[in-house]
Every structure is written in C-alpha cells, then in structure tokens.
Design a protein around this ligand. Structure first.
Ligand code: DOR
Ligand code: ZN
Length: 427
C-alpha cells in the first residue's frame, strides 16, 4: 500500500521542512518528501490548502478501560483520538483495577491493537500500588509489559521519601515520572480554585499553593537526584515561574498544560457549574496569561488534553459532589490553534512542536517528526476552517466539555497511522 500526499503545507519543527511538498508513504514509512512526486500505484490524498504535520501525540489521556467503561473505553477513546488528529496517546493508570501490574498494561495494549481505531496507545503504569502512595510498583515488570512512563495521576505522591526513591528507580529503567501536583492536605477534595469564585459560592477552594508547593518539591528532588521529572497540567503563574527557574539551573524538568488552562478562567464555574470542575482547577486571568507566556517562551513543553471523560449522571451532580475532569481529545488542536496561533501569539510550528515532538521525546517514542524513514503517522488539517464545538459530534462517550458552543478555527481532515488513513473528515 502506497499513499501520496500532494501539495500540503508541511509543518515540521524538527527538520525545518516547510512549504508546499508531496510526501510518499511506502510500507508504513515516509519514503520521500519532495516538491513534485509522482507514483502511479499510490493512493493520492489531495492536501492543497491544508497543513501536514507529524501525527499529534497526547501524553495525558484517561481511557477508563479496564473497569470504568461506562465513562469511556479503548474503542471509543481511540476513536475520539483519531477524530481529534492524534496518532499516539499515553493513557493514565487510574483505571479499575489500577494499571499497577503487568497484566493490566498488557490488556490495554492488546485491546488497543485488536479493537482500537488504529491510534497507538502507550500505557502509563502506576508509581504506587493501587495509587495508595505507600508502596512502589515493580517498575521493571511494568516496563517489560510495555509501560512508557509512570504516574499516579489523579492523586499526588505525597510521601517525599517514596518519590525520591521512585525517581532513582525509574531513572534506572529509563521511565519518566509524570507528576500530578496538588498537595492533598491543602487541596482536599474541594471543587474550585480558592479565590473570588470560591468566596462568592461560599465554598472551600484549592489554593494555588497546593500545586506550587508540590512542583517546588519535585523540582528540588529532580535537582538533588539528577533524575528527570515531568510536571502534569500546570495551571498557575508561580508554577510556570518555578519550572522556568529550575530549567535555567539545568535541572531536567519538563511540563505540560491543557487547553482549559490557557483559555478559561475560574469564572466559568459560575456559568457552567460542574462542567468547569477539573483538577487542578481553573484559575484567575493572571494565571491564564502566565500559562500563555510559559508556552510562548518554551517553559511549558507540551500541550496535552488530560481527556477525563465522566458520565452525564456524574456531571449532573452538584458542583461539590461531581467528579473533576473534562474531555479534550476532539477539541484540543482547534482550541490551541484558535487561542495561540490565530491570535498571533505563537507560530504554527511552535504549537505543533508542543503537540508532537516534545511529548514524543519525553516518552522516548520514535514519533513526532516527518523525516525520511520516519513512521508514517501524520495529521492533515485545515488551520483556517471555522466551526462550532458541538458535543453531539464527539466519538467519545464523554460529553463533559466546557467548550460547547465555542467558535474555533482549525479542522482535522485526515489522521494517518503507519500509512493507513484511520480518520477522514466527511463534509
Ligand atoms: O480533573 C481531573 N480528572 N484531573 C485529574 O488529574 C484526573 C482526572 C480524572 O481521572 O478524572
Ligand atoms: Zn492529573
């Protein structure tokens, strides 16, 4: 099977290849990139007017499979990913049972291969048994089963000594640790940011320092142990400042944020209630602006979704009882383009860098660029096509988006994995 992608505008921050080009794909790999390629045996994809980049990589997704499949499963979650332009996703360990054992890691990989949409699924193993924060999992066995990283995401690893040992042990296995940074003694199970909105609602909030104090601890542990650390979904101005400072000191620290944190403020909770509930919570405007600045200056390495589907019944509960989380796979690229590229704040290549090569490098995946010989994982999108977010069109079981009705610009046209078209937009 050969595929010839004609006259798309190449966006590849790694090679710097740009401009209108043809890409020939043979045997699942990119065999040639040139200004005018012909191949009479190839299936042709007309990419005129579209951008072509390496397949998007999302290193923070909750697929809910096994055990929580009323929220999402591997079939619907990978379909949503393909619909959103993702070709590789890493899925978090807070499933039922927890992905703290090799069998669950293998189950995820096999089900994704057999029943998934074609999107590559890279499981994340738990740092601690049952996400209880008390005892390390067997990192070596998790790695052997196919885990690409370790995380207790959803909850923090509160025990500093355990985290310190985990960084050293994970370093030996070359597994990055992805840290959910909210000190539970400060954040408790509160529903919103501590500030104007929590006061107006008369409820307790999660203060910014709950996040910042944990990032500071893990930045210091990374420096002390000499091991890399990756900070999940950062959301405050001071968090950005801490990461910036530790990067300057040469510490191996990377971080990610999500569309909600560079787009929405905590005021959304007043408008949308539990639909705007997420951990960490939405923050005030000054934080949103600092997240954008962190993306611009390179402090924030990755844009991830933290796709966290919940059922309609769960999200219909009152704000203080509903679970936290938002879906994101099917809106992430469009929101990133709308908020960062179309506003002139970032170049197209810089947005794509944070959704391809940067997460791929952190997870040590040979993905995220379009060089010759690379895996033929590609995303083709119209950066200028305007549309309105409609949750009725989602492939995900989750309908919990705070972005419904938002006007965005940027539409995925094709998602290609290993040279196979796994999603195609039909007007
Ligand atoms: O809002 C969140 N939901 N944040 C997390 O870290 C976990 C996620 C979930 O699993 O629902
Ligand atoms: Zn998290």
């Amino acid at each position: 099977m050969k595929l010839l992608i004609k006259q798309g505008k190449i966006v590849d921050p790694v090679s710097g290849i740009g401009g209108k080009m043809d890409i020939l794909i043979e045997d699942g790999r990119i065999s040639c990139i040139g200004s005018q390629l012909e191949d009479r045996y190839a299936q042709v994809v007309d990419a005129r007017g579209f951008a072509v980049c390496a397949g998007l990589v999302d290193m923070h997704v909750h697929l809910r499979d096994p055990g929580l499949t009323y929220k999402e499963d591997i079939v619907t979650g990978t379909a949503a990913a393909a619909h959103g332009g993702f070709t590789s996703i890493a899925c978090m360990a807070n499933t039922k049972p927890v992905a703290d054992n090799p069998e669950t890691i293998r189950y995820i990989r096999e089900k994704a291969q057999q029943e998934g949409s074609g999107v590559q699924v890279w499981p994340v193993g738990a740092v601690t048994v049952g996400l209880q924060g008390e005892q390390h999992t067997d990192f070596k066995a998790l790695k052997a089963a196919g885990a690409v990283a370790l995380s207790d995401d959803g909850v923090p690893v509160m025990d500093a000594n355990l985290m310190r040992d985990a960084l050293i042990m994970a370093g030996r296995q070359k597994l990055p640790i992805l840290c959910h940074e909210e000190d539970s003694t400060l954040a408790d199970n509160y529903a919103v940011n501590e500030g104007r909105v929590s006061r107006q609602l008369g409820i307790h909030g999660r203060p910014a320092i709950a996040e910042e104090i944990m990032i500071m601890r893990d930045a210091m542990l990374a420096e002390e142990t000499g091991q890399p650390v990756h900070i999940c979904h950062i959301s405050t101005a001071k968090s950005v400042e801490i990461v910036r400072r530790y990067k300057r000191r040469g510490v191996q620290i990377t971080c990610e944020t999500c569309p909600q944190y560079f787009t929405l403020t905590h005021e959304q909770v007043l408008l949308q209630g539990s639909m705007a509930r997420v951990n960490p919570p939405l923050r005030p405007t000054k934080d949103v602006e600092a997240i954008v600045e962190g993306l611009r200056d390179g402090t924030i390495d990755c844009i991830v979704t933290d796709h966290a589907p919940h059922s309609a019944e769960e999200k219909a509960k009152p704000l203080t009882e509903a679970p936290s989380g938002m879906v994101g796979l099917e809106t992430s690229l469009a929101i990133a383009l709308t908020q960062l590229y179309h506003t002139g704040k970032m170049s197209l290549a810089d947005v794509i860098r944070k959704m391809t090569i940067n997460p791929a490098r952190i997870l040590r995946l040979r993905k995220g660029s379009l060089g010759m010989g690379a895996d033929a994982d590609l995303t083709i999108f119209d950066p200028n096509e305007a549309w309105t977010i409609d949750r009725g069109h989602f492939r995900s079981k989750g309908r919990n988006t705070p972005f419904a009705g938002m006007q965005v610009k940027g539409k995925v046209k094709y998602t290609i994995v290993g040279g196979n078209i796994i999603y195609r937009y039909d007007a």
